[in-house]
Structures are given as structure tokens and as C-alpha cells.
Design a binder for this molecule. Structure first.
Ligand code: ZN
Length: 560
């Protein structure tokens, strides 16, 4: 009993290997005879511990790779389809077929059946041809995926049109999603009494009490209401999303968003903890209202209140726009904290200033130092910066850069010996060529028997190490020259920009200044002592790196 199960386990884990060899008629005469192919394939399989028995050796002798109709290949594909083969050894992709389309077809077919394909001449992915093969294979797989997704998308939309909630992945706050399995084949939304009460409350605060979103959040927090995830902190976005969802008036919408390629970046500075380039290339975008499919669900608010809330939101928006009388924050979206990484945001306080007159004070302040954002306890102690001071200082740096772009290049030349590198490289290359010739002469002398082996190896070693030294020097200098080249490009771009801005930089109004700053500055890192302005000067972010041009300012008087 015991030995039997052990045996079956062994046979199950044994890899059933096969190999495929092919030689076309005209190739027979050339070096690669069918026998040599079979020999290397057998040897490799044997070395891997998976010898190939005669019945799994598939050989097409004298068949062209231009067609897939080959007797041995056909038998092999049949066996793979029924799951009788785990691994196939082939000398190289061109043994499978001559053109890429057929190679891709076979690779894809076998990959899907879980068969491992081993090419002898090299592991796949080491030559340009392999890369192309893999790419084409990837494209085919992508096409298949797209086809499946499109089919399932249309299927889901159709189901939603027939009034089925099965296509929804979950229910919004206020409902419990009863899945297909729980709901006897039909999914549904079930109101959750406690949450439904909060939803109704939110709608009436906005629709009847005409509150702002911020006021709604305050009231929710004060009442100690819990969010869907059980937290006590309500964000304005969360409340806004609730107010937008038509499900609450009894019409759940399917297909509100669809995935679209990411558009132009709207954030000037990359968000904290996020990669500079987003990993996913697609992002959800609100679909056209006409494409939404509505499914009936239990309503939590009546249609009149829902409409009133929408109208109030609209009114709040236009009031907010009118209320923007104060000067804005020139550096909004660019400033961040060097200590905790959160954004510095603009904040205005109204308090008594000199002569006991009430006055507005503008600051940039670290979000991490606001306790209320983090459940009561601040996570950063970096002090706020006076708005006037920071904006003036940044604008001065930006104008300096624009009025004298060559400053960049000069600074760099002072710091390095790059200016002389270009001449240097030519000299080094001549030296290297001489050494190369010496090396060749050395080899000639040795083969002609003019020098002894000992002498040959020691001189050979010395010459080779000198060549290696030179190569390292050439590489380093080339790097400097590259940097300089990038800097010249950057300088050139700055000149063009300066020309576009015109001579009256000092007269630029607030909007113009903001535009110029956003074009040139990547981010402003505010540290406890210094402020770092990181410029985006080179369009190419590799090479020089868009971050290597930095201006550092000392922080002015601190105000806690
Ligand atoms: Zn901070």
C-alpha cells in the first residue's frame, strides 16, 4: 500500500521529455546533419536527468521549415495536446519553423498547455531575434486577453441591462452586497440600517441645511459616526462620492467609469510615496452618462432630496469660486516637507499684527504637522515658512536662472575637468590603439617562436592591464563629456525659454510667474534649516537626471 503510493508519486513527478529535430533537404550537405542534432539533444536531455526514449524522439529529416505540415511535428503536437509531454528540447527556434508567425504559434500553443520548451543554443531571450520572438508572443497574448475582456465586458453590460446586480463587485456605503451565492443565484443590495441612517443624514445636511462638505465632515466626526472601514475620520472626498452615487435614490449605476490610458500629468510634484512614473498605464475615467446602465436597488433617500443635494453642491462650488479673493499660493503643489515627505500647503491666518491691527498672514505649512489629519497627533515638527519669504526667494532663483542660463554651464565646468575631457579622450584613444598594435605584434612574435612562453605571458599581462586602465579613463571622461553635453542642452532650452518669456521678467504678473515656476521647478523641499529648489531643466530624465540642478536657500526667520 505504502510502496504503491510512493511509486505513483515518483512517476507523477517524473518529467516526460521529448525532443524535436529537423533538417531540410538542402541543409543535409552542410555541417548540421540530423545525426549531430540528435546527438546533442540526447546528450543535453541526459545531462538534465530526463533521457528521451526513442518513442519521444521526433525527427523530420528533409522537411522545410516553411510549413507546419510535417509528420513528426504533427505527432508531437498531438501528444502535447493530450498532455503526454512535459518538456521539449529543440536545438533553436528556427528548427521549429522558419518564420516568426509559426514559431510564435507553436510557442504559444505549448506554453498554454504548460509544456516547458528548452532551446539548446541559448536560453530564450539573449539575441535580438529572441527578443522579437518574445515580443510577438507577448502581442499575441495581449490580443487574446483584450478579446476575452471585451467579450466579458459586453456580457456584463448585457446582464446589467437585464436588471441583474450580479455584475457589481460590491455595494456602496449604506448597503450590504448579497453575493450570487448567498442570494440564491441573484445578487442584491441590502440596506444596513446604521449606515443608511448616516447616508440620509449626509443628504439632508447638504440638501436641507445647505452645509458645505467640510461642515458635514465636522458634524460626522463630532457625532462619532464610523466610515465603511470603521474609521472616525471622514474626508470630503468620501462624502462627495456618497452624494454623487445614484444608487441612494434607487438606481445603482453600472459602468460609471472605464479604464483609459493615463493622460497628461496634472500634479506638478509626484505624490508622497508614489513612483515618478505610475506602474499602471491605465486609469479609471468617468464614462459618459449615456453609457451608464441603471439597475433598481432599494432607495435610501427620495429623489427630491437627492436633487436638492446636487443643486446645493453646485451652489457651494460657485460660491467657493467667488470666494477666492485672496491672492493664491504661488508654489501650491510644488512644496513638500524634507522631513516627513508630506506636502507643504498654503494657509492663511487672520490675526493681530504690528500696531494691533488685524491682518492676514500667509504661510506654507507641513500637512504632517496638522494633528487633525492624523487622528489627533501630528507626525512632523517641521515649522511653517512665511509665504512672502518663500515665494520671493523661489522667484528670485528662477529669474536668475532665466536671465543667465550660461551660469549653469560655468558652474559645472568649474567643478569638473570636463572642459578638457574632449581633447583628453582623443589622446587616450591614440594611446590605446598603439597598445593594441603592440599586443598584436607580441602574439606574432610568440607564434613565430621569437620569444619564450614565460616572457610572452608576462608582457601580455602587462599590456592588457594597461589597456584596461585606458579603457576606464576613456569611459570616465566620456561620462563627463556626456554630462557637459546634457548641460549644454539644458542651457539651450533655458535660453529659448528666456526668449519666449521676453525681457520684462520682473513685470510678470502672478499667473505668469506661476506658469514660469511650474515650467522650471520640479519640487521645493522644505527642510528644518534649508530649502532645496529642484529644477526640471533637461527634458531627458536619464543622462544628467532632471534632479541634479538644485538651488539651496537658507530658511529665514522661523515662526512656530
Ligand atoms: Zn513634515
Amino acid at each position: 500500500m505504502c510502496s504503491h503510493s510512493l511509486l505513483s508519486e515518483v512517476s507523477m513527478t517524473t518529467i516526460r521529455a521529448a525532443f524535436y529535430a529537423r533538417v531540410s533537404g538542402e541543409q543535409q550537405a552542410v555541417a548540421h546533419t540530423i545525426e549531430s542534432q540528435i546527438a546533442v539533444l540526447s546528450e543535453r536531455a541526459g545531462n538534465d536527468g530526463t533521457p528521451v526514449p526513442p518513442e519521444r524522439q521526433f525527427v523530420d529529416d528533409g522537411y522545410s521549415g516553411a510549413t507546419l505540415v510535417r509528420p513528426a511535428l504533427d505527432r508531437l503536437r498531438d501528444l502535447v495536446t493530450v498532455g503526454a509531454i512535459d518538456r521539449i528540447y529543440v536545438h533553436s527556434p528556427d528548427r521549429l519553423a522558419r518564420n516568426y508567425a509559426y514559431q510564435v504559434l507553436l510557442l504559444d500553443e505549448w506554453r498554454r498547455l504548460g509544456v516547458e520548451l528548452v532551446f539548446l543554443n541559448r536560453p530564450l531571450g539573449q539575441s535580438p531575434e529572441d527578443d522579437l520572438l518574445l515580443q510577438v508572443q507577448g502581442i499575441v497574448a495581449e490580443y487574446e486577453r483584450a478579446k476575452i475582456m471585451e467579450r466579458s465586458r459586453r456580457g456584463k453590460k448585457h446582464a446589467a441591462q437585464n436588471g441583474s446586480l450580479n455584475v457589481m463587485s460590491g455595494a456602496p456605503f449604506g448597503y450590504r452586497y448579497v453575493s450570487v451565492r448567498e442570494g440564491d443565484g441573484q445578487a442584491r443590495f441590502e440596506p444596513v440600517t446604521e449606515q443608511a441612517r448616516i447616508v440620509l443624514q449626509i443628504f439632508s445636511w447638504i440638501g436641507q441645511d445647505r452645509c458645505s462638505l467640510a461642515e458635514v465632515c465636522r458634524r460626522l466626526q463630532k457625532a462619532g459616526e464610523l466610515t465603511a472601514t470603521g474609521k472616525r475620520i471622514w474626508s470630503r472626498q468620501a462624502v462627495w462620492h456618497i452624494l454623487q452615487n445614484p444608487a441612494y435614490q434607487g438606481r445603482a449605476a453600472y459602468g460609471k467609469t472605464h479604464m483609459m490610458p493615463r493622460g497628461k500629468k496634472v500634479r506638478p510634484r509626484v505624490a508622497r510615496g508614489r513612483p515618478a512614473e505610475p506602474r499602471r498605464s491605465n486609469t479609471p475615467v468617468t464614462a459618459d452618462l449615456k453609457e451608464w446602465v441603471f439597475v433598481s436597488v432599494p432607495a435610501l433617500v427620495d429623489a427630491g432630496l437627492f436633487r436638492a443635494a446636487q443643486a446645493q453642491l453646485q451652489e457651494n462650488r460657485s460660491r467657493a469660486r467667488l470666494g477666492r479673493r485672496r491672492p493664491g499660493y504661488l508654489l501650491q503643489g510644488l512644496t513638500c516637507c524634507a522631513r516627513c515627505g508630506y506636502a507643504y500647503y498654503g494657509k492663511t491666518t487672520h490675526q493681530r499684527g504690528a500696531g494691533h491691527k488685524m491682518k492676514d498672514f500667509r504661510y506654507y505649512r507641513c500637512s504632517g504637522s496638522d494633528g487633525y489629519r492624523f487622528g489627533g497627533e501630528r507626525i512632523c515638527s517641521n515649522a511653517q515658512v512665511q509665504g512672502e519669504f518663500l515665494e520671493t526667494a523661489v522667484w528670485r532663483e528662477v529669474s536668475d536662472l532665466l536671465t543667465s542660463p550660461e551660469r549653469l554651464e560655468r558652474d559645472y565646468q568649474d567643478r569638473t575637468r570636463a572642459g578638457t575631457s574632449l581633447n583628453n579622450i582623443e589622446l587616450l584613444k591614440v594611446q590605446r590603439l598603439k597598445l593594441q598594435h603592440a599586443l598584436e605584434r607580441l602574439i606574432d612574435s610568440f607564434t613565430d617562436g621569437l620569444i619564450e612562453k614565460d616572457q610572452f605571458t608576462s608582457r601580455m599581462g602587462r599590456t592588457k592591464s594597461r589597456i584596461a586602465d585606458l579603457d576606464a579613463k576613456i569611459k570616465a571622461d566620456a561620462g563627463d563629456v556626456n554630462q557637459l553635453e546634457n548641460l549644454r542642452l539644458a542651457t539651450e532650452r533655458l535660453r529659448q525659454l528666456a526668449a519666449a518669456v521676453g525681457p520684462h521678467l520682473a513685470n510678470a504678473d502672478w499667473h505668469r510667474r506661476r506658469e514660469i515656476i511650474r515650467t522650471l521647478v520640479q519640487r521645493i523641499e522644505i527642510g528644518p534649516e534649508v530649502i532645496k529648489i529642484v529644477f526640471r531643466v533637461t527634458p531627458d530624465t536619464r543622462g544628467l537626471g532632471s534632479e541634479s540642478i538644485v538651488a539651496t536657500l537658507l530658511r529665514g526667520r522661523k515662526r512656530a
